[in-house]
Design a protein around this ligand. Structure first.
Ligand SMILES: C[S@@+](CC[C@H](N)C(=O)[O-])C[C@H]1O[C@@H](n2cnc3c(N)ncnc32)[C@H](O)[C@@H]1O
Length: 286
């Protein structure tokens, strides 16, 4: 059977230990943000908001943390959620950077995979609901991963619920509908990789916006993705077809897109922040 592997395992050492169940336990190390940081990365260098170089002082406190995640290292396409993808780490970085804006917020993650971004969000947000389609035991795996990180997620602020983009909303549970109505920020990493799924994801975002409009609790959606370039015979060029499909399908939506420069916020987690990563903030236009 054809299997896919997330690139990140070959680029960074996550001290992965093989378990008996074929999965691995990996350590995703991060630096806790410091309150005086006001820094951005420019040409791989840390600079302050005036553009001055930041020299790390000896002994400067940069506290380390670890999110421990059980995951697969290779899966068939149907079960890619059992792996960790680069967008999850980019989104976690952005949440750490914007932690003060997340403190009183209710976050709902779509297509959460093994739950890394939701766990990162739970360090700062008031409440997190971590969702995915329940295939391959993914929801139980997220619950296990929440337990692995109970030292970080101290106030028990993560719930795990099934949300299948392909299911009609009429079949959603009452708990899920309540979470949709209550959430302020929706986050999704690397969920745009298949035309049908992308259409269903767009439909779900419309549902979130519509329910937000009716309840008066407007939603902000943060989408992280990695542009995957391929040479296509149709275009006779190298394109990122899934990203372009997403843009094409949303072009006539009353959505406001804001592209967040990925070098405008620090990197707290260890991974290769590829220049093909994209972070988009979507809100509903008037
Ligand atoms: C490439 S993985 C990304 C996982 C995780 N967000 C990350 O970045 O590591 C795509 C995610 O979309 C989820 N997904 C696939 N089909 C779905 C569906 N019908 N409804 C909701 N999520 C779905 C997968 O289970 C998986 O978690």
């Amino acid at each position: 059977m054809y299997k896919v592997t997330s690139e990140i395992y070959g680029e960074t050492d996550y001290s992965s230990i093989k378990g008996d169940n074929g999965r691995v336990l990996s350590k995703f190390k991060f630096k806790y943000p410091t309150e005086d940081e006001n820094v951005v990365i420019q040409n791989d260098t840390l600079v302050d908001k005036d553009g001055d170089l930041i020299v790390k002082r000896k002994g400067a406190s940069t506290r380390d943390g670890v999110i421990t995640i059980e995951h697969s290292e290779a899966t068939e396409l149907r079960l890619v959620g059992l792996q960790v993808w680069r967008g999850a780490l980019l989104l976690a970085d952005y949440i750490f950077h914007k932690r003060n804006e997340f403190r009183d917020k209710f976050i709902l993650e779509l297509g959460a995979g093994v739950g890394l971004t939701s766990i990162a969000a739970a360090l700062y947000a008031q409440q997190v609901v971590c969702t995915d389609v329940n295939v391959g035991g993914i929801l139980d795996l997220i619950r296990e991963n929440v337990k692995h990180n109970s030292n970080l997620v101290k106030n028990n602020n993560i719930d795990v619920l099934e949300l299948d983009f392909l299911k009609p909303i009429q079949e959603y549970s009452a708990a899920l509908l309540k979470a949709i109505d209550d959430c302020d920020i929706v986050v999704a990493a690397d969920v745009i990789y298949d035309d049908d799924l992308t259409n269903a994801f767009i439909r779900i975002i419309d549902v979130f916006f519509e329910r937000g409009r009716l309840s008066g609790k407007n939603k902000t959606v943060l989408i992280a993705l990695e542009k995957r370039y391929v040479f296509t015979l149709t275009d006779l060029d190298t394109t990122a077809p899934m990203f372009e499909y997403f843009l094409k399908q949303t072009i006539n939506k009353p959505w406001v897109f804001e592209y967040i420069e990925t070098n405008s916020f620090p990197q707290y987690f260890e991974y290769d922040r590829s220049r093909h990563l994209v972070l988009i903030k979507v809100t509903q236009g008037k």
